[in-house]
Design a protein around this ligand. Structure first.
Ligand SMILES: Cc1cc2nc3c(=O)[nH]c(=O)nc-3n(C[C@H](O)[C@H](O)[C@H](O)COP(=O)(O)OP(=O)(O)OC[C@H]3O[C@@H](n4cnc5c(N)ncnc54)[C@H](O)[C@@H]3O)c2cc1C
Length: 421
């Protein structure tokens, strides 16, 4: 199954546009299909925290998390919320989610798998950004995690497993923290710097630039919503959209959290759920961090972007249809004001922007990368959850390798789309 093919890529978020670039590199003809603009606000790839954290290998569910969940849910400022009306629909996914993290061994398996996907990702992104003419958007100078106390870190399974998969870091005591981050609330007395990680200064602009590069390299963009596929036996004949069919030899499903309907149309009922997330962004802030940082107790990333200081995080289980609950974004804003006491309490609303989007999440925190069961012409590339920006670089390469019938550069068994079927 080699040679040039006409590949229709459904979804022009980070995963879709990097897949487009890598498929073009291998000589395929590419049509990108998306009702929205690449890098637009409709995509998770627009509003994420911008972390290119090759060490983000720990899935959200860890052993014993079920004991913490009630506390999170009762805390109005907590990092997790559930829309109770959606609970019956989410329950099968939530059970799989808890089971995936039930034992240390299961979490370790995911950590090794994600490490293989994410290792070198900051460098891969830097090269993609250079190719697209926007090298300034990708920085490779490390990120910081801040903790109220060292104990929060010492007892953490995640950091033990990170060490096991080969992540290295620098530890900072309270004085060193103050030197590095003089504006940070002194309540944070311990820090960890992961130097291998990088960050993106504007994820939406980055995805838009990658898409522009794909188009300049010969791809076509069709503004339409894909609704399904036309098959001829087990071979793909066309992607069906709301505005007509697009004949093609191969397709990539990269529609993020919206991929579930497309795979269901092929009979693959996959447990893909949205972990809804939010960001707030303060334009021209009076204070802030020097590094990009993850705040351990708020479970929130604070990152400088070209448009302002962005705080992103929180998980809300509530499905694709419910309207945003902007209180979740206000919680992030309030955490940010507490973190940097020199930020004024009366920042005018015109300088604060809020955004809401859908993380495409599988219960075990691993994406689906591989062919559909119905046709090897249809490749799945979605479900990257919390690591879709960083994970898009190698995912695009793997998609191209699958399209070309080559041996993938990392083992794909942990990412097999049918692992829950
Ligand atoms: C608050 C928050 C913070 C995050 N922080 C980080 C981070 O710091 N680092 C990181 O690596 N990841 C982070 N993530 C996760 C990351 O943003 C996602 O995993 C990633 O963007 C998913 O990319 P994607 O291309 O799969 O999907 P998306 O970016 O959502 O793109 C999917 C595209 O498919 C299109 N589409 C949908 N349905 C159809 C259809 N039927 N036909 C055609 N097109 C369709 C949509 O319009 C959209 O453009 C964060 C997410 C959130 C919400």
């Amino acid at each position: 199954m080699t040679g040039s093919r006409h590949v229709a890529i459904i979804g022009a978020g980070a995963v879709g546009v990097v897949s487009a670039i890598e498929a073009l590199r291998d000589g395929h003809r590419v049509t990108l299909i998306d009702p929205g603009d690449p890098g637009g606000e409709q995509a998770a790839s627009y509003g994420n925290a911008g972390w290119l954290s090759s060490h983000s290998v720990i899935p959200p569910a860890e052993p014993g998390i079920w004991k913490k969940v009630p506390g999170y849910l009762l805390d109005p400022l907590g990092p997790l919320a559930i829309r109770w009306s959606y609970l019956p629909k989410a329950l099968p996914w939530l059970i799989k989610y808890l089971l995936s993290g039930w034992t240390e061994a299961r979490v370790e398996t995911t950590a090794f798998a994600l490490r293989s996907l994410l290792k070198d990702a900051p460098l891969l992104h830097r090269k993609l950004a250079e190719e697209a003419g926007v090298p300034e958007l990708i920085e490779r100078n490390g990120v910081m995690h801040v903790f109220p106390a060292r104990g929060n870190f010492d007892n953490d399974l995640g950091w033990r497993l990170r060490r096991k998969v080969g992540v290295e870091w620098l530890e900072l005591d309270a004085n060193e923290m103050r030197q590095r981050e003089p504006e940070l609330d002194p309540r944070y007395t311990f820090g960890v710097v992961v130097e291998e990680a990088g960050r993106c200064r504007d994820p939406g602009a980055y995805v838009a630039a990658l898409a522009a590069h794909a188009l300049a390299s010969g791809a076509t963009l069709v503004h339409a919503k894909a609704t399904g596929f036309r098959l001829d036996g087990d071979r793909l004949a066309a992607v069906v959209t709301e505005t007509g069919e697009i004949p093609c030899d191969a397709a990539v499903v990269a529609a993020g959290a919206h991929s579930k309907r497309l795979t269901a149309s092929l009979g693959d009922s996959l447990p893909l759920e949205t972990e809804r997330g939010y960001h707030v962004m303060i334009e021209n802030p009076e204070s802030g961090p020097r590094s990009s940082m993850m705040v351990s107790d708020a479970k929130m990333v604070v990152n400088w972007t070209d448009k302002g200081l962005r705080a992103a995080g929180t998980v809300e289980i509530g499905g694709l249809e419910a309207a945003p609950n902007w209180k979740r974004a206000e919680i992030l804003r309030d955490h940010l004001l507490r973190l940097f006491p020199k930020l004024p309490r009366d920042i005018p609303p015109s300088r604060i922007r809020s955004w809401f989007g859908h993380r495409p999440s599988m219960p075990d925190g691993r994406p689906c990368i591989g062919p559909s069961r119905v046709s090897r012409d249809i490749i799945y590339a979605f479900g990257h959850g919390h690591v879709g920006l960083v994970g898009s670089a190698r995912t695009g390469r793997l998609v191209a390798q699958l399209l070309g019938g080559k041996t993938p550069e990392i083992p794909l068994a942990p990412f097999a789309p049918d692992r829950f079927l």
